[in-house]
Design a protein around this ligand. Structure first.
Ligand code: CP
Ligand code: NVA
Length: 308
């Protein structure tokens, strides 16, 4: 058995990503079948949340249950971790009880520390730098529309509009694994990390960062965005609103994309800020499939990671 973690998408090879995505599609097609396999029977998964969550919590809890296992959710502020117990000790202790740990936290170094000291797989359920589980669901949503059930998304182009945040970084990593071309439009001061962009480019990613949302959206098959102030940035919200003026994804911006382009957003969304209501609630929006796919994609990930 090899211990594998999912700290970022780059913990997977392109082929492994393809295996997980094609399994996610199959699980969605076959959901609810009485003979569904229960690879987590007799196993439990800790879900440790240091930030708020609706989708991540519910999709992991339901996913673990559907795979036959027991989800154990810990809201960190109610735990000893929240009172300062070291991450290292938390990792050692949870490894004695559970078979995988999902961790939503602040700095990525906290995920890395947990993984370093755990004897079970650690899955990043969102950090300040990355949100890889969301990208599994997003790639599944793109694949559903453009008929790609594996890891090969070459010939497709995605536009990221807005903050160069954790979601943007995970899209950049996705570009490195899938051949998807990615153009990010971000205001000055809110661009993604140069190190993450350069690393993805070294791995072959076709990634460009521009300022103009219209330039990014031109010819895109996928237009996606996220909140302007992420969790932990609440105090910057007012400044950010000013900085992101002109970065609203509205019908005029969608009109620059391909005719059959889809709109994605990891949610929660702010209608009238980063996306207009007619876009997120309109015919090009795939956000509800995207959200549902968290369940299927994470079940595929859990199956794969505990079987290593
Ligand atoms: N998209 C996402 O991760 O949602 P939650 O914050 O509700 O988990
Ligand atoms: N960028 C957002 C994503 C929420 C799912 C945040 O980190 O708050």
């Amino acid at each position: 058995m090899t211990l594998r973690h999912f700290r970022t998408l780059l913990d997977l090879s392109p082929a492994e990503l393809g295996t997980i995505l094609s399994r996610a599609h199959a699980l969605k097609d076959g959901r609810g079948k009485a003979d569904a396999p229960k690879p987590l029977a007799g196993k439990s998964v800790a879900i440790v949340l240091e930030k708020a969550s609706t989708r991540t919590r519910v999709s992991f809890e339901v996913g673990v249950f559907e795979l036959g296992g027991l989800p154990v959710t810990l809201i960190a502020r109610d735990t000893q971790l929240g009172r300062g117990e070291p991450i290292e000790d938390t990792a050692r202790m949870l490894s004695g009880y559970t078979h995988a740990i999902v961790y939503r936290t602040f700095g990525q170094e906290r995920v890395d520390t947990l993984a370093k000291h755990a004897r079970v797989p650690v899955i990043n359920g969102l950090s300040d730098q990355f949100h890889p589980c969301q990208l599994l669901a997003d790639l599944q949503a793109v694949g559903e529309v453009f008929d790609r059930r594996g890891h090969d998304f070459s010939g497709l182009r995605a536009a990221w509009i807005g903050d160069g945040n954790n979601m943007a970084h995970s899209w950049i990593n996705a570009a490195a694994l899938t051949g998807l071309e990615l153009v990010l439009a971000c205001p000055e001061g809110y661009r993604p990390s140069d190190a993450i962009v350069e690393n993805a480019k070294k791995l072959g990613a076709k990634v460009r960062v521009v300022k103009d949302p219209a330039e990014a959206a031109e010819g895109a098959h996928v237009v996606t965005t996220d909140v302007w102030a992420s969790m932990g940035q609440e105090e910057e919200a007012r400044d950010r609103k000013r900085a992101f003026e002109g970065y609203l994804v509205d019908e005029a911006l969608m009109a620059r994309a391909e005719k059959n382009a889809i709109f994605l957003h990891c949610l929660p969304a702010h209608r009238g800020e980063e996306v207009s209501a007619p876009v997120i609630d309109g015919p090009q929006s795939r956000v509800w499939d995207e959200a549902e796919n968290r369940l299927h994609a994470q079940k595929a990930l859990l199956e794969w990671i505990v079987a290593q």
